[in-house]
Design a protein around this ligand. Structure first.
Ligand SMILES: Nc1ncnc2c1ncn2[C@@H]1O[C@H](COP(=O)(O)OP(=O)(O)OP(=O)(O)O)[C@@H](O)[C@H]1O
Ligand SMILES: [Mg+2]
Length: 311
């Protein structure tokens, strides 16, 4: 951005749309300025399959947001997701010295560094290290050990890793669109920051991001991330089922799904006929809401059972 620390820009390249958000930093707060979105077809399950079309959808989204915010975008944070992302529990620690002493912020950083030191295949990198708890000598379940006294500090962490090539291709696409990438963020983690309250994270909850081609899962318990996962079913599967099942063009299936679709028949309130386009030159037909649910509900059940298996 023009003044580097004044603005915050987030870029999300999805399999159906690319979004860019521009915000202004005002002290401790960020103020929303603009959102730009463009249809995207260059990504599948978090991996770029067509670089040129990804670049052009980033450009279109950026132009839209720049026009509204009246700020040129030069640098952005980019979201990473998809089934190349994995999470593993890890543990590591440091000895503080021959005698117990006060634990400082730097000690915590070193303990977390020791815990993140897992052996990774050459094609993978660490995206995030999320501390679960700290153990000072024999005392466990410590959230923040700074200021406590001990001889040994151990960190239990959740290490999120991603494919270097997959992340690099996203960065390359952004660079080709004229944007530098300052950092990468796991998308479900960013969603959780926005959508979940601390109480929900403490009590335990699961957040789903049902995208076009995949559903991202992030589960919290005791205030921290316990699990991340991805299921290869998203909204586009529902649309395709409707297009095939009702013999209608895909854009019409998408429209009908959004306007009239319910995930379960018990939600249906209006049983009136719905006009739907046919394929080819055939005239439009009338269908009824339960015919949509008959197709949507099994797919929703499949999605939920895969999510349960993943958890
Ligand atoms: N009102 C709605 N009702 C049902 N489904 C919807 C609605 N609006 C959008 N969708 C579906 O959401 C999906 C797109 O979601 P989203 O924009 O989060 O995907 P994406 O981020 O581009 O994809 P991904 O995260 O899989 O790469 C599409 O399949 C679309 O049909
Ligand atoms: Mg998405």
């Amino acid at each position: 951005m023009a003044k580097k620390d004044k603005y915050l820009v987030g870029l999300d390249i999805g399999s159906t749309k690319t979004s860019i958000l521009i915000a202004e930093i005002e002290g401790e707060f960020v103020k929303f300025l603009a959102l730009g979105a463009a249809e995207s077809k260059g990504l599948r399950k978090g991996l770029i399959v067509n670089l040129d079309s990804t670049v052009s959808s980033i450009r279109r989204a950026v132009e839209e947001a720049e026009g509204v915010a009246n700020v040129p975008v030069q640098e952005a944070l980019i979201g990473v997701a998809g089934n190349h992302v994995r999470g593993v529990n890890s543990r590591g620690g440091i000895t503080l010295g021959p005698r117990p002493r006060d634990i400082e912020r730097e000690d915590v950083r070193r303990a977390v560094d020791a815990a993140r030191n897992i052996s990774l295949p050459e094609d993978r990198e660490v995206l995030h290290v999320l501390p679960h708890e700290f153990i000072v000598d024999a005392q466990d379940s410590i959230r923040d050990p700074v200021g406590m006294v001990g001889q040994r500090l151990v960190a239990n962490v959740y290490v999120v890793t991603s494919s270097i090539a997959a992340s690099q291709n996203l960065v390359t696409a952004a660079n080709k669109s004229g944007i530098l990438i300052s950092d990468t963020v796991l998308e479900p983690l960013a969603s959780a920051e926005v959508c979940l309250t601390q109480d929900e994270r403490d009590l335990g909850c699961c957040l789903l991001d049902i995208g076009g081609g995949t559903t991202e899962i992030i589960a919290y318990g005791g205030g921290v991330v316990r699990h991340i996962g991805v299921v290869p079913i998203g909204g586009d599967h529902f649309t395709n089922d409707l297009a095939v099942g009702l013999r209608t063009p895909t854009p019409e299936a998408e429209r009908i799904k959004r306007r009239h679709g319910w995930a379960a028949s018990s939600f249906i309130t209006d049983n009136g006929a719905i006009e739907i386009a046919s394929v080819g030159d055939r005239p439009p037909r009338a269908i009824f809401p339960h015919m949509l649910t008959d197709i949507i509900e099994p797919r929703a059940m499949e999605l939920l059972s895969l999510i349960r298996d993943d958890l």
